[in-house]
Design a protein around this ligand. Structure first.
Ligand code: DON
Length: 310
């Protein structure tokens, strides 16, 4: 599937097209750490199964990965409690906004999936386990560095602080689930973990590297060891496909046809199993909180390469 493709030329053309786009969406402005990001940025990185890396644009500029971290957090939580996790969080698309609370009442405090905020907060509770929030945060950071084989990945303290100062909805979600008995720890401790994982700062290159295990049937390409089983990698990809863009997941699947996970920092991680791990970043968001040009760039890439799981 990659023979004969001039990926560097394709990516260069996409970056040039995106630079010309005037309708770039709206940069998230609920915290200063995100509001100050220049909407003209665009970066893309593709790692192939043979290990080769192809980039264009601002592929080496760090950005806040936000909800993309929910993929790595889910992977850690599954490693800790396995399929028991599915008693506390579902695996169905929500069709609701990422921070919605409405379904929780009728569904007894069990979030629809691990990628909406409520589900990710349950996942943080699982990762917290018997440790302190700072230890759980350290575990998520170390795991992400391991996936990307890159020790320079950091958490942006300003962003983490901003999340805490404005995270009233997340506090409400956490307390509401605690009332249903679906949170074992104090909301404040769980959210300290959640806010810090959202504040992970990564480049497209690092993010594409971190997604390799989902391309490679769960194996870490640098060690050959399994990060997760092939079945679990497939399930994480399925969740990304169905729920990775919240109430915009159907639209993303319709246009791009790959498992993908977005974040309000404007990043998207996408996977073509067996072929490629991709990351794209453009800070402007559409009305569902997903990167406007990120999705457009991936759509263009899917057309140029024929890559799709469908
Ligand atoms: O929980 C929040 O509001 C943010 N820290 C993360 C949300 C996010 O990235 C949702 N994505 N589209």
């Amino acid at each position: 599937m990659t023979g004969g493709l001039d990926l560097d030329a394709i990516l260069g053309e996409i970056a040039a097209d995106m630079a010309r786009e005037e309708d770039r969406g709206k940069v998230a402005d609920y915290i200063p750490g995100l509001a100050g990001v220049d909407p003209r940025h665009f970066g893309i990185a593709v790692v192939l199964a043979d290990g080769s890396m192809h980039v264009a644009g601002d592929a080496d500029v760090p950005f806040s990965i936000q909800s993309i971290s929910k993929v790595f957090a889910l992977t850690i939580a599954l490693g800790k409690v396995g399929d028991q996790l599915w008693r506390r969080v579902g695996h169905e698309p929500s069709g609701s906004a990422f921070n919605s609370i409405v379904q929780l009442e009728a569904e007894h405090g069990i979030p629809r999936n691990p990628f909406i905020n409520a589900g990710a907060i349950v996942v943080s509770d699982v990762i917290l386990g018997g440790s302190r929030p700072t230890e759980a945060i350290g575990e998520i950071l170390r795991f992400t560095r391991h996936l990307a084989s890159d020790e320079s990945i950091r958490i942006d303290e300003d962003v983490a602080k901003g999340e805490k100062e404005t995270g009233f909805r997340n506090m409400a979600l956490a307390n509401y689930m605690r009332a249903f008995g679906n949170l074992d720890h104090a909301a404040e401790d769980v959210l300290q973990v959640y806010f810090n994982q959202c504040a992970l700062s990564m480049t497209c290159r690092q993010l594409a590297m971190a997604g390799r295990y989902l391309m490679a049937g769960g194996a870490h390409p640098d060690t050959g060891h399994n990060v997760v089983s092939a079945l679990r990698a497939r399930r994480i990809n399925a969740l990304m496909m169905m729920c990775g863009h919240y109430d915009g997941s159907g639209e993303f699947s319709f246009r791009v046809g790959m498992p993908g996970k977005s974040g309000v920092g404007g990043g998207i991680l996408a996977v073509v199993p067996g072929i490629a791990s991709l990351a794209v970043w453009s800070p402007g968001l559409n009305d569902r909180g997903n990167s406007q040009l990120g999705a457009l760039a991936l759509q263009q890439l899917a057309v140029a390469t024929g890559w799709s799981v469908l």
